[in-house]
Design a protein around this ligand. Structure first.
Ligand SMILES: Cc1ncc(COP(=O)(O)O)c(C=O)c1O
Length: 454
C-alpha cells in the first residue's frame, strides 16, 4: 500500500513503533487510525463507524467520548493539574478514590497504592510479595507462580509472571523467580473421561506438586486473573479456585487477584474475585477503574501485608517505592467520577441484565459446526474455533482461521478480539440490547463469510 507522503498513515509509519504488531507488515499496511468515538462506536479516519466489541483493550466500560468525564478532567487540570503523593503529600481526589475502592473491595482490604497501568500494579504487587516475606522473616519465599497463558502486563516483572512464551522470547525473560502452572481451560485441556471437578483436582494437585518440587519455603505467591482475559476468555471450572486456595493456604502462599480486566463490573459482580469465590491478599486493578479515560491503576492490599510494610518501613526508614504519577489528581478525579457513574447506573445490575441478553443471543452460535465452548460471565465471553467439534481438533494455526473470522466481522461493522483460535467479546458495559444484536449479528455475518474447509 502506498500513502501520500504527508498523510497521517505515512507519518505514523515513519514515527511510531506499535505494540503487539507485526512491525514489517506495519511498514506496508500502516495503521487504522481511530478518529473519534461515541457511545459504543469508534470511527476511523476513513469514516467507518465500528461497534467496539472489546471496549478497546477491555477498558472503555462507559463507551467513548463522555462529556461528563471531560468536564471533571478539565476542572481538575484547572484546579491543580499535577501533584505527587510522595513524602507525606496527598490530594483530595486520591483520598476520595482510595476510600471508595476500599468500601467496594470484595474482601476486607486495608490500603490502596496507585500507579498508572495494570503492569505497574502487578509489578508493585510482586515487590510487595518480596517485601512482605522479608518483613516476616521468610526471605526465601521469593518464587512467584503464574499460569500458562495468564497475562499480567508487559513490564519486565509482570511479563515474567505471565505465561506467554512469545512475550519472553529474545527479551531474556522470564526472570529467575517466576514459575508457571497449568492453563485452567477445561475445554482444551481435560483428559478423556475427566469431569470438571476431576480437572480442577488435577490442576490443584499439579500446583501442589510444583510447590513441593520448588520447596514450599521458597514459594511466596500465586497470581491469577479470576477469569483469564488475554488467555482467551477462560473461565476455570466451578471448584477450581476452592481447590487452588486450599493448596495456597496449606503452604502459606499469598494469593494476588489480577482484576485488571475483571474488576469494576465486567463479570456481573463488582469483582471477578466475587464471581469466582476468591479471597485474595492483594488485588490489582486498572482499565475500567477509570473507564480507560485516564491511565491509572490501583493495588489494594490487606492489613496483613500493610502491617509487614510498616515493619520494613520502620527498619529502612521509609517505604522506598513510588511513581511520579501515582495518585495523579486528574486521573484520580476521573476515576472517582467513573465510580460515581457506576453507582448511579447500578453497573452490576446493568451488566447482569445485558449478560442474560447476550447469553441468549450467543446461544445460537453453539449450532455452528466450527464454534464451540461458548461461555462467559457478565460481559466477558469467549468461544473456541474448532475444525471438528466431536474430536475438538483445532485448525493449523498457520491458517489463521479465527483471524479470518475477526476480519470478516470487522468488515461487517464490529471489532472482536481474536486470541489464537479463540474469539472474545467484552463490549462496553453500557451497551444496549439493540447494540448487542448488532455486535452478534456482525459476528454471525463474519462467520457466514468465512470458508471453513482448511
Ligand atoms: C489481566 C491483565 N493484567 C494486567 C494487564 C496489563 O495492564 P496494562 O496494559 O495497563 O499495563 C492486562 C492488560 O491487558 C491484563 O489484561
Amino acid at each position: 500500500m502506498t500513502f501520500l507522503p504527508n498523510s497521517s498513515h505515512a507519518r505514523d509509519i515513519a514515527s511510531i513503533v506499535h505494540s503487539q504488531t507485526d512491525l514489517n507488515r506495519h511498514l506496508e499496511v500502516g495503521p487504522s487510525i481511530m478518529s473519534s468515538g461515541d457511545g459504543v462506536y469508534v470511527t476511523d479516519s476513513d469514516g467507518r463507524r465500528l461497534i467496539e466489541g472489546v471496549a478497546g483493550l477491555w477498558c472503555a466500560s462507559l463507551g467513548f467520548g463522555v462529556e461528563r468525564l471531560a468536564e471533571v478532567a478539565y476542572e481538575a487540570m484547572k484546579n491543580i493539574g499535577y501533584y505527587h503523593t510522595y513524602r507525606h503529600t496527598s490530594n483530595e481526589a486520591a483520598i476520595d478514590l482510595a476510600e471508595k475502592l476500599l468500601s467496594i473491595a470484595p474482601v476486607p482490604m486495608s490500603k490502596v497504592l496507585f500507579q498508572c497501568s495494570g503492569s505497574e500494579a502487578n509489578d508493585t504487587a510482586i515487590k510487595l510479595v518480596w517485601y512482605y516475606h522479608n518483613a516476616i522473616g521468610k526471605p526465601d519465599k521469593r518464587k512467584i507462580i503464574g499460569r500458562m497463558k495468564g497475562y499480567h502486563g508487559s513490564t519486565a516483572a509482570a511479563v515474567s509472571l505471565s505465561g506467554k512464551p512469545d512475550m519472553h522470547r529474545d527479551f531474556n525473560l522470564p526472570f529467575e523467580p517466576f514459575r508457571h502452572t497449568d492453563f485452567p481451560c477445561y475445554y482444551l485441556e481435560h483428559q478423556d473421561g475427566e469431569t470438571e471437578d476431576d480437572f480442577a483436582t488435577r490442576m490443584a494437585d499439579n500446583l501442589e506438586a510444583l510447590i513441593l518440587e520448588e520447596g514450599p519455603e521458597t514459594v511466596g505467591a500465586f497470581f491469577a486473573e479470576p477469569i483469564m482475559g488475554a488467555g482467551g476468555g477462560i473461565i476455570p471450572p466451578p471448584t477450581y479456585y476452592e481447590k487452588i486456595q486450599a493448596v495456597l493456604k496449606k503452604y502459606d502462599v499469598l494469593l494476588v487477584a489480577d482484576e485488571v480486566i475483571c474488576g469494576y463490573g465486567r463479570t456481573g459482580n463488582m469483582w471477578g474475585s466475587t464471581t469466582m469465590e476468591m479471597v485474595p491478599d492483594m488485588i490489582s486493578s486498572a482499565k475500567q477503574l477509570s473507564a480507560g479515560f485516564q491511565p491509572i491503576s490501583a493495588l489494594l492490599i490487606n492489613e496483613k501485608v500493610f502491617q509487614a510494610m510498616l515493619v520494613e518501613s520502620d527498619k529502612l526508614g521509609s517505604f522506598s517505592h513510588g511513581y511520579t504519577y501515582a495518585g495523579h489528581p486528574v486521573a484520580a478525579a476521573v476515576a472517582l467520577e467513573v465510580q460515581k457513574i457506576y453507582e448511579e447506573i447500578d453497573v452490576v445490575a446493568t451488566v447482569r441484565k445485558s449478560a442474560d441478553y447476550l447469553a441468549a443471543r450467543l446461544s445460537g452460535l453453539g449450532d455452528h459446526p466450527n464454534i464451540d465452548d461458548v461461555d462467559g460471565r457478565g460481559l466477558l465471553w469467549g468461544m473456541q474455533v474448532v475444525k471438528d467439534r466431536t474430536t475438538r481438533a483445532l485448525y493449523d494455526p498457520a491458517l489463521g482461521m479465527a483471524q479470518k473470522i475477526g476480519d470478516a466481522t470487522r468488515d461487517a461493522g464490529a471489532i472482536v478480539r481474536i486470541i489464537g483460535d479463540r474469539i472474545v467479546l467484552a463490549p462496553p458495559l453500557v451497551i444496549s440490547e439493540g447494540e448487542l444484536d448488532q455486535l452478534v449479528g456482525a459476528l454471525e455475518t463474519g462467520l457466514a463469510a468465512t470458508a471453513f474447509d482448511g
